[in-house]
Design a protein around this ligand. Sequence first.
Ligand SMILES: Cc1ncc(COP(=O)(O)O)c(C=O)c1O
Length: 382
Amino acid sequence: MRAAIESLPGSKIREVANAGLGRADVLAFWFGESDEPTPASICQAAADSLSRGETFYSHNLGLPELREAIAAYASALHGPLGADRIAVTSSGVTALMLAMQMLVGSGDEVVAVVPVWPNLTAQPAILGAQVRRVALRPQGGQWRLDLDELIAQVTPRTRVLLINAPNNPTGWTLSRVEQQALLAHCRRTGTWIVADEVYERIFFGDAPAAPSFLDLATPQDRLVVAQSFSKSFLMTGWRLGWLVLPADAMGAAGKLLEFNSSCAPVFVQRGGLAALAEADTLVPAIAAHLKACRDRLLTGLSALPGITVASPPGGMYAFFRIEGQDDSLALAKRLVADHGLGLAPGAAFGPEGEGWLRWCFASRDLARLDQGLARLAAAMPL
Ligand SMILES: Cc1ncc(COP(=O)(O)O)c(C=O)c1O
């Protein structure tokens, strides 16, 4: 086995989940998904596709009509963008892996803004790249990026700048000014930006989407945006996503897709088409519900003693710490074992997250969040 694979860390979230294995009474908020099933119209479209016998391969880059629909959806949010820049992928995580396979090889340098969903930094590591980490910090009740520090770390030797915003786990969202500065800097250094924008529609500001690099970049810029149906359409189990690429990268994307999944399943792509057809009503409703979830959880957490928590401007997580608790893995295991409360340890998102806990507030029923809060309150002092 390659050393890069042997040395991959195991999932600390799974480690906590295993501590509650076989217990039906655990309230689990550890994974990044809602407990609400996919809207019925989307499921029906996939079922109809299977009934029609659509059980064959599609084009590597996806069904042409789905690529068109994605381009129209993205254009409405970010300005004109052709279907010739869209590659359909079997999930957001696959989109990101393809981007990494396209761009980085052994010994390349990648700079990542952290803490972050661990898959993002594991992918370049799998390919033998070196990942340098630039940490967000909590400041004045919000997570902040030290822009000067990040810019100083991105040099002509940096192959890829990896940014996830809205960020999992902190909810930190890149500002327009920060995006402009980073794009201008990466143009100077020749660095690719890989932007993980899968939470762009789970945004609680005064806009239908969080600021995207697509709003600023030209089609020639070295920019790859990874997207997913998982979060904004409640489709985590479907495994459907897409990439927005510079037009001259599409040949490479098609080739690589062939060697990875070849294509996303056609009936799943039909589900994606149905989702996009209803995006204007579905996504705002899902985002509004998640905002209500966020507000409910934040109000409850803020009322508990010794808790530090910032209200996330996007995403579906509250990232918080409890005074005096520095070992997040031990704490998360204790909360499961003794109190039936399933949270993700901050250390799962890198050393920068140590001492913090992540609570996914995507809950069909807000009362479930209240029950979780009651368990946390009963566990205190810890
Ligand atoms: C930051 C981030 N990017 C990408 C993904 C990938 O989502 P999926 O593979 O379900 O499309 C996730 C899922 O949790 C995520 O949190």
